[in-house]
Design a protein around this ligand. Structure first.
Ligand code: ZN
Length: 119
């Protein structure tokens, strides 16, 4: 009886392992599929990339410029925009929401570029 119990337990462990492996595989496939559509807001300052934010995560990213200015980029609903800036022209803010790959908001006074990239 004890031996039989042990066998069963081993069987269950085996089944659990197979299920876990299958689940892990499904998870990997799903993650790979969603990664294919993933887009990022790439933030560049003086031509250097300083941030790469997934558009799938809501968040705010603030940059303090060497000149003393501040820019805040907001990510929401799969879009990105320069929400706050203290540059004189505010052209970057007026660009509004960026969502498609290639959409760009440029801040000339502070040399900041926010660009949407994707695969
Ligand atoms: Zn600006």
């Amino acid at each position: 009886m004890f031996g039989c119990d042990k066998m069963n337990r081993q069987d269950w462990i085996l089944i659990a392992c197979i299920l876990l492996a299958a689940f892990g595989l499904a998870l990997c496939t799903a993650r790979y599929a969603s990664r294919r559509e993933e887009r990022w807001a790439v933030i560049e300052q003086d031509g250097r990339e300083i941030g790469r934010l997934s558009l799938q995560e809501e968040r705010e990213f603030c940059i303090t410029c060497s000149a003393g200015g501040t820019h805040c980029v907001r990510i929401a609903d799969g879009q990105a925009r320069v929400e706050e800036a203290d540059c004189p022209d505010l052209i970057c803010v007026h660009q509004g929401w960026l969502s498609r790959v290639g959409d760009t908001a440029v801040c000339l006074p502070h040399r900041i570029v926010v660009r949407i990239e994707g695969e």
